[in-house]
Write a protein that binds this ligand. Structure first.
Ligand code: PA5
Length: 446
């Protein structure tokens, strides 16, 4: 696995020496993650997660996945936030973009649900499932999160009605808390196969637990390689690894330095559309971890060159509050050579004979230079390949950087108190028992 960090183009915003001056702070904060002496230490299970996963753990996940694969043509993966984004991100990064439409696919169609409360989505999904051979994985630590709970109600009912209660038990797998919660209770009562979300791993750090691994194994992703890549990165960013060799610590130092210089927005960019949902996973990871106490970089993202035709103007010439972190993939998994066209009306024959990826690469190189010239510092992260091993490594790379960087800006990176505010209002407005006083107050404001 080869993942590299390049900070040379950061220097439009800051000197590299200023970044590296944070060396001791980064090493100290990396150590805190390993010693468990920092804030939020109840949620550090992710730090040694890749190396603690045994062959048996992975086999149990793969066996259940294979059983569900053998029964179903469509698997509905229900979850939201940390119980959704990791699997979606990895699946989109690794899957053929048109897998779902292939008639000869060896893999079941994976549909995500419970990540919104749209009536359209719920009704359309039910219509889609109507004549399908389907099952579900329900992922929720609490079991009471509104969005997945609503989706699971109707998907469970449809499975029971269509396949009968006995077969339904084989088509429903629950990933939830080890002992507590509504979903744990239901799974025990019904006899569903279950997997545990460890107590000490928060949602946004849970992709390498069954939360991510089970749906990915069902989708046909090589979860062993994914975990291997993460394990390699765990070793490469370990407590004993000095700053000069620890790319997570260097990336954390770069973003903290830029933040301290007034660059308040980090734009994750990539010229690979397969990484669109990786951007979304990354946004949750950093947004929920750092955005609190009035602090934190605002994480946002673009997929290029697509968004150069929409957000490109702002990035080039808007408020200079941005820096860009470019995810670059060295070797495409597949490619296509552009052909000569006799008429040449589009005047593009000068690129005939080149691969599409070569054009993409020049677009990327040109974009980085243009953005740097426009005052947008650039951090470049290069993956040699977009395969399971590199994606596993990249996940751990960002998780480690997030922990170090969160401690460096002085927050607890492992809680999310702000997420409750909307839930409280929603329950009050829906008339949940116990919220009567709040209901009156909020309705008066509407
Ligand atoms: O990161 C988090 O903790 C959240 O995004 C949760 O994962 C999300 O709210 C879903 O919660 P639950 O798994 O309890 O349904």
């Amino acid at each position: 696995m080869k993942i590299k960090l390049n900070l040379e183009n950061i220097q439009t915003g800051i000197q590299l020496s200023e970044v590296n001056a944070l060396k001791e702070q980064m090493e100290k904060n990396n150590l805190l993650l390993h010693s468990g002496e920092g804030r939020g230490s109840d949620f550090l299970g992710w730090v040694n997660l890749p190396s603690s996963l045994t062959a048996n753990d992975l086999k149990e996940i793969q066996d259940s996945a294979d059983d569900l694969r053998s029964r179903c043509d469509v698997v509905v993966v229900i979850g939201i936030g940390g119980s959704y984004l990791g699997a979606k991100a990895v699946l989109d990064a690794l899957n053929d973009s048109f897998e779902m439409y292939k008639k000869d696919s060896k893999n079941p169609i994976i549909i995500f649900a419970g990540h919104n409360i749209s009536g359209n989505y719920a009704a359309e999904l039910q219509r889609f499932l109507g004549d399908k051979n389907f099952g579900t994985i329900i992922i929720s630590k609490s079991g009471t999160t509104t969005e997945p709970a609503i989706a699971f109600r109707y998907v469970k009912e449809m499975i029971e009605d269509k396949f009968g209660k006995e077969e339904a038990v084989k088509r429903i797998i629950a990933v939830t808390d080890a002992k507590r919660g509504a979903l744990r209770d239901l799974a025990t009562e019904k006899g569903y196969k279950t997997f545990v979300i460890p107590d000490d791993v928060g949602g946004r750090f849970s992709v390498l637990t069954p939360v991510g691994l089970l749906p990915l194994a069902v989708a046909g992703v090589d979860i062993n390689s994914l975990v291997d890549g993460a394990k390699d990165m765990e070793a490469l960013t370990g407590a004993d690894v000095p700053y000069e060799k620890n790319i997570s610590a260097q990336y954390a130092a770069a973003r903290v330095s830029l933040y301290n210089k007034g660059k308040k927005v980090e734009l994750l960019a990539s010229f690979e559309p397969k990484l669109q949902y990786f951007n979304e996973w990354w946004k949750q990871l950093f947004g929920e971890s750092e955005g609190k106490e009035g602090k934190g970089l605002f994480p946002t993202s673009v997929v290029l060159s697509t968004d150069l035709h929409s957000m490109g103007q702002y990035i080039q010439e808007g408020e200079r509050i941005l820096f860009e972190t470019m995810l670059h993939v060295n070797k495409p998994e597949s490619d296509f050579k552009i052909k000569e066209d006799k008429a040449n009306l589009d005047k593009l024959n000068f690129i005939a004979g080149k691969y599409v990826s070569e054009v993409n690469e020049m677009a990327e190189a040109g974009t980085i230079l243009a953005h740097v010239d426009g005052g947008v510092p650039n951090i470049k992260i290069t993956l040699d390949r977009l395969d399971a091993k590199h994606v596993g490594g990249l996940i751990y790379f960002f998780e480690k950087a997030c922990g170090i960087s969160g401690y460096s800006i002085g927050v607890n990176p492992f809680d999310q108190p702000g997420v409750e505010a909307y839930k409280k209002n929603m329950f009050a407005l829906l008339g949940k028992p116990g919220y009567e006083e709040e209901t009156l107050k909020l309705k008066a404001r509407l």
